[in-house]
Design a protein around this ligand. Structure first.
Ligand code: ADP
Ligand code: MG
Length: 413
């Protein structure tokens, strides 16, 4: 069992709120004496005007490069993915704080390449070293917008003829609680060039659906997935793993967005699906004994003051009791797709993108509070190995045929 690792990435700014103190992995926030920030203290007493510590696995400061973020967050997960373990990295935070920059990167500058591009480079470089294996790499790119799932790489979109509407994807529950994505195209990518091209096409398609009025890409969740299938020569064992790189919609609260009509519907469904994500995380967090917090190889965040930050959104406080809870994965498409990644068979990391500007303090508190909960979730990643029945039957048939030949040869002598 390993806890989900949580990282903070701070967006560069010239006018940071002076109530932040940043060390290697602790972000200290001074909560001002202000009724907008209601803090529940250890004895359920309301507190304000105090400092609150949030522990991360690591904090990437404003000056951190894309390479540093990749090395710090993704390299280990990808190495494990190459060895048969599922991996997920997701970016969570307010709109404009750098989620897309972190996951997709900026195509203008080579040094600004994001996690997805760098992940593909690393994957193909490592796979090139393996000559004793049959390897297949497939890619898919899913977008969830207003509780509808779309395929960003469907054939019509790939040919670059009028792209919208994208093919719809149906998300259903499969055997043993698995998630089946009907209608999501899988693309075999024989080399890095093909893979990078598919990634770029998916990213471009996501952008194309957007107009200046409709900031669709900030309001949708995008899940880029790499599937790896490996079989050693002369072996019947298949190793399957998948890597999700997730750029979530902006996490800001509806009340602050001040929108109406179509945009309000969007804001509601963004928040609804992030609300369901939070509900799943709370259920998973509460499954764990509270005493486990802070132990293990990957210490999760914990508050020195043992306070919980109460801003808007669902409350998790139930006196810290421990019960096995129903985890409501099926309440939204996002939580169904990420079921393995949250409390399941996966090595997962979260990057909380944070703005240090004073007017964003409320949202930053909310992002940190979310990260604190995520850090309490334990996943149980295991190597995905299975015997390939078809390969085994084929090998045994060949063997029988060979032995029959030998017998016939000996008889004829
Ligand atoms: P989000 O996806 O969270 O809404 P974006 O990734 O689109 O935010 O970032 C908003 C803007 O800020 C973009 O122009 C992006 O290039 C820039 N930006 C975000 N984070 C960084 C960073 N760490 N370094 C440099 N520029 C950044
Ligand atoms: Mg974005």
């Amino acid at each position: 069992m390993a806890q989900i690792k949580t990282y903070a990435r701070l967006k560069p700014t010239k006018k940071a709120y002076n109530g932040y103190v940043i060390s290697k992995n602790v972000l200290t926030m001074h909560i001002p004496d202000n009724k907008d920030f209601v803090i529940l203290g250890p004895q359920n007493n309301l507190r304000s005007n105090f400092s609150y510590d949030i522990l991360f696995t690591n904090i990437f400061g404003s000056e951190a490069s894309q390479e540093e973020v990749f090395d710090g967050v993704a390299r280990d997960i990808i190495q494990n993915f190459l060895n048969g373990y599922n991996g997920t990295i997701f970016a969570y935070g307010q709109t404009g704080t750098g989620k897309t920059y972190t996951v997709e990167g900026n195509t203008n500058r080579y040094s600004s390449r994001g996690l997805a591009t760098r992940a593909l480079s690393m994957i193909y470089q490592e796979l090139e070293k393996r000559s004793d294996q049959h390897i297949s790499v497939y890619l898919s790119y899913l977008e969830i917008y207003q509780e509808v799932a779309y395929d960003l790489l469907n054939p019509a979109a790939r040919s670059m003829i009028p792209i919208a509407p994208f093919a719809r994807v149906t998300v259903v529950e499969g055997p043993r609680g698995s998630c089946i994505l009907r209608g999501l195209s899988l693309h075999l990518a024989a080399n890095e060039e093909i893979a990078q091209m598919l990634l770029l096409q998916g990213q471009a398609n996501r952008k194309v659906a957007e107009t200046p009025v409709n900031q669709r890409s900030s309001r949708s969740h995008a899940v880029f997935t790499v599937y790896l299938q490996v079989r050693k020569h002369d072996s019947d064992v298949l190793v399957n793993s998948k890597l999700h790189l997730v750029d979530l919609a902006g996490s800001e609260r509806v009340s602050k967005t001040g929108v109406d009509g179509q945009q309000l519907t969007e804001a509601k469904s963004i928040n609804l699906s992030l609300h369901h994500l939070e509900t799943v995380i709370i259920a998973l967090q509460l499954d764990k004994p509270t005493s486990a917090v802070g132990r293990g190889d990957n210490p999760p965040q914990q508050s020195k003051s043992n306070s919980s930050l109460m801003s808007s959104g669902p409350s998790s406080d139930n006196g810290g009791s421990r019960q096995l809870r129903f985890v409501p994965y099926r309440n939204s498409l996002l939580t169904m797709v990420l079921k393995d990644s949250l409390g399941g068979n996966c090595l997962t990391a979260m990057i909380a993108t944070i703005s240090l500007e004073p007017e964003n303090l409320g949202e930053s508190i909310s992002t940190c509070r979310f990260a604190q909960r995520v850090a309490c979730i334990a996943n149980n990643a295991r190597k995905n190995e299975e015997v390939d029945d078809k390969a085994m039957i084929k090998r045994l048939k060949n063997k029988v045929a060979y032995l029959e030949n030998q017998v016939a040869l000996l008889r004829s002598k």
